[in-house]
Ligand binder design. Structure first.
Ligand code: FMN
Length: 216
């Protein structure tokens, strides 16, 4: 059964790339939904214009890119990915009877958080999130905005109450980050942790102060 990954239009397409690489490296099947707005963030952050008709080619190029923007940093086999256009409300993941382990929304915009909290289902991404909640499956929401207004905070509490795990895209510095990729991988690793998917994306805290300091 696949994990469904929803990429919404918040800044942070490198987080999505790192989660997708992590799932594929763990041997997981992936269903991918890319919102209309996230094409703008992807274009802005990577220069890649994501096309439905050439999604495999564009996804391969995206996942190969490092968080520093360097092309060809990673060698990723995307054959384990099934892609669904965000406007396709008849797609498999729009039904609870479609088999799936759960859904990871990375990054999640505040608009997406609101839409899922209110059950708007305005596109396939939001519909799939609603389905995931109604089927009591794992839903991980990696929200990316700062500062957060009261509305979004209330929506996040609603999602938490509904059983979702809210994982703010908030990198930590105890794991020995020396490059942008390390900070990105920390967030991606915490998203995968919330889904129970094994990975080696960051160094875990073991109780020893200072071990992860870059000058050690
Ligand atoms: C370059 C760019 C960066 C953005 N960054 C964020 C962000 O970090 N967080 C956020 O909540 N919205 C951000 N937005 C706004 C969302 O894209 C917008 O609210 C959109 O309606 C989200 O739609 P979606 O949830 O369907 O993807 C950004 C927009 C652009 C163009």
């Amino acid at each position: 059964m696949p994990w469904i990954v929803g990429v919404s239009g918040a800044s942070g397409t490198p987080y999505a790339a790192a989660v997708l690489r992590g799932l594929l490296a763990a041997g997981e099947a992936v269903d991918l939904v890319v919102s209309r707005a996230s094409r703008l963030t992807l274009l802005d952050e990577t220069g890649i214009a994501f096309r439905d008709a050439h999604w495999q080619e564009d996804l391969r190029e995206w996942l190969a890119r490092g968080a520093d923007g360097k092309p060809g940093t990673f060698d990723v086999d995307v054959s384990g990915v099934r892609y669904w256009p965000a406007g396709d409300l008849a797609a498999g993941p729009s039904s609870g009877s479609y088999p799936a382990k759960g859904m990871l929304i990375v990054p999640a915009s505040t608009a997406c958080v609101a839409g899922v909290a209110l059950g708007l289902s305005k596109d396939l991404l939001q519909r799939t999130a609603s389905v995931t909640l109604k089927e009591r499956r794992t839903l991980v929401v990696a929200v990316r905005e700062t500062p957060l207004n009261g509305q979004t905070l209330r929506h996040l509490v609603t999602l938490d109450d509904a059983g979702a795990t809210v994982v703010p895209a908030s990198p930590a510095f105890y794991a020995g980050a020396t490059h942008i990729q390390d900070l990105v991988d920390f967030v991606a690793g915490r998203v995968l942790d919330a889904a129970g998917v094994g990975h080696q994306l960051y160094r875990r805290w073991r109780g020893d102060l200072g071990v992860g300091r870059p000058d050690q």
